[in-house]
Design a protein around this ligand. Structure first.
Ligand code: NDP
Length: 480
């Protein structure tokens, strides 16, 4: 079985402890590889490598940095099949989704930031004959990137690409739950000629490896994507150290469907926004509000389509619902179904774990689940479940549904379905949400600001926002 290695100073190395953790295939419920059980000593050596490379990398021209990253993007494309298969086995997501979304988006993240850096300009402020100011944008030095398990390579590259393109050296930690594609990626970095020390990938537990990055006095910026509770604990350590922090956290996204929507399009996209990746995308819409005149028609069609979804081996082409990521996560999701019953909800479809036959008999599968009859402010409608479980409820007025939509502590993304453009503009602007999709979902232009409001995060990623985060501005004022 593969022993995953850390990638430090340009080489694949074993953890200092010599210890490894089990890595599970969630579709089979069995260990299939081992993850380095790294600790603060590994982070220290990753930091030293990054520190040693930082002046060289910052002095490398943007074009050279871009060229190396473009080679890396091409290598992802060249190895897309192997990476998609690895992502599916490691995470439980369908190989179809990994092939169409995760892996292509990983290479486009790298391509995007590799080319964007060539067009990144800083400001100049002219003081009418008194002075002229210009802003230098300098790399921070060594930065930390910590990413989650739900879109492993996709979100890993989303963080490291802007950090590297803007001239920083990186100490990165992928989720211990899904380390495989970051490991394969580190091999591609070597093949692409990434200079030693520029990117360092340390695997292991969040509480050890992630915490060691957060607390490291010389790692001056942390870009983190993960749960709100983890984000809070990172901020508690990093803020008093005056680190720059970008936190992309949890969500409880509303999907608001007005009676004047394009019904078929809304239904089809709601299937995806509810159950893609087993509902384990931070942008999935988990609370569905439908205007009363079409409520029953929509609900019945949605339930019928959901019943027809095939839960199965993620490697089968016909499978639309793969495995949830871990045994613990499966138990957490199912506990919310029980809570929904206690809170008075009716399970319209799903609600149970699925025991498959054959090699996936011990996998972590859950039926796609729709729950009706809950109040907007119950726990199931307020807390992030992060699984194939959605609630559905009717509404009568715009004001009423706005209150429902904005009632949670989160504000990551919202989806609105209406053919009335005036309403879309008026209503969209009132949503407390970092992203509002109207008549679409998960459409991503990488130039746009990405991030949440309220407890869904601090800061924005994407486009030049990411470069602004990963650089320090210095204003130079020249008297005339
Ligand atoms: P976690 O917060 O559990 O973990 C995220 C990362 O942080 C992992 O690499 C984890 O390591 C690490 N970590 C855990 N504890 C610490 C710590 N004390 N210090 C530093 N790092 C730590 O999130 P999940 O991986 O469970 O991801 C799911 C969450 O991510 C959901 O809440 C989801 O909404 C959110 N998310 C947000 C997105 C956004 O853009 N806003 C996008 C995608 C997901 P390890 O796994 O090894 O423990």
């Amino acid at each position: 079985m593969t022993h995953i290695q850390n990638y430090i100073n340009g080489a694949l190395v074993a953890p200092k402890s010599g210890e490894y953790l089990d890595n599970y295939n969630p579709a089979k419920g069995e260990v299939y590889s081992y993850i380095p059980d790294s600790n603060s000593e590994d982070i220290e050596s990753a930091y030293s490598a990054a520190e040693g490379a930082k002046e060289m990398w910052a002095a490398t021209s943007k074009q050279e940095r871009s060229d190396i990253m473009m080679r890396l993007a091409q290598l992802i494309d060249d190895n897309a099949k192997e990476l998609a298969l690895a992502e599916s086995i490691d995470n439980g997501k369908t190989v179809k989704l990994a092939s169409h979304v995760d892996i292509p988006r990983a290479s486009s993240n790298i391509r995007f930031f590799a080319t964007a850096i060539l067009h990144y300009a800083s400001e100049s402020h002219d003081m009418d004959g008194i002075a002229i100011n210009y802003t230098l944008r300098k790399p921070i030095g060594v930065v930390g990137c910590i990413s989650p398990w739900n879109l492993p390579l996709y979100l890993f590259t989303w963080k490291i690409a802007p950090a590297l393109a803007s001239g920083n050296c990186v100490v990165a930690k992928p989720s211990e739950v899904t380390p495989m594609t970051a490991y394969l990626f580190s091999k591609l970095c070597i093949e692409a000629g990434m200079p030693a020390g520029v990117l360092n990938i340390v695997h292991g537990l969040g509480a050890k490896v992630g915490a060691a990055i957060t607390v490291h006095p010389k790692i001056k910026a942390i870009s983190f994507t993960g749960g709100t509770a983890t984000g809070k604990s990172i901020a508690a350590v990093a803020a008093p150290m005056f680190k720059k922090l970008s936190l992309e956290l949890g969500g409880k996204n509303p999907n608001i469907i007005f009676a004047d929507c394009d019904f078929d399009k809304a239904l089809k996209t709601t299937m995806a926004s509810s159950f893609a990746n087993q509902g384990q995308i931070c942008l999935c819409g988990s609370r569905i509000f439908v205007e009363r005149p079409i409520y029953e028609k929509f609900r019945d069609a949605f339930v019928a389509k959901t019943k027809a979804m095939k839960v199965g081996n993620p490697l089968d082409k016909e499978t639309s619902i793969g495995a949830t990521v871990s045994k613990e996560h499966k138990a957490k999701i199912l506990s919310y179904v029980e809570l929904a019953k206690e809170e008075g909800g009716t399970i319209l479809t799903g609600g149970k774990e699925v025991i498959l036959e054959g090699e996936c008999a011990n996998g972590y599968f859950i039926e796609p689940t729709i729950i009706e009859g809950l109040s907007f402010d119950c726990r199931v409608n307020q807390e992030e479940i992060f699984g194939p479980v959605v609630t559905i409820m009717p509404f009568d007025t715009e004001e009423e549904v706005l209150g429902y939509a904005n009632s949670t502590e989160y504000g990551l993304a919202a989806t609105v379905w209406t053919e009335n453009i005036t309403r879309a503009n008026r209503f969209g602007a009132k949503l407390e949400s970092g992203i509002v999709w109207v008549n679409c979902w998960l459409v991503r232009d990488l130039r746009t600001p990405f991030g949440g409001v309220k407890n869904s995060g601090v800061g924005r990623e994407g486009g030049f926002h990411a470069f602004n985060f990963f650089t320090e501005p210095t204003n130079v004022c020249i008297g005339l």
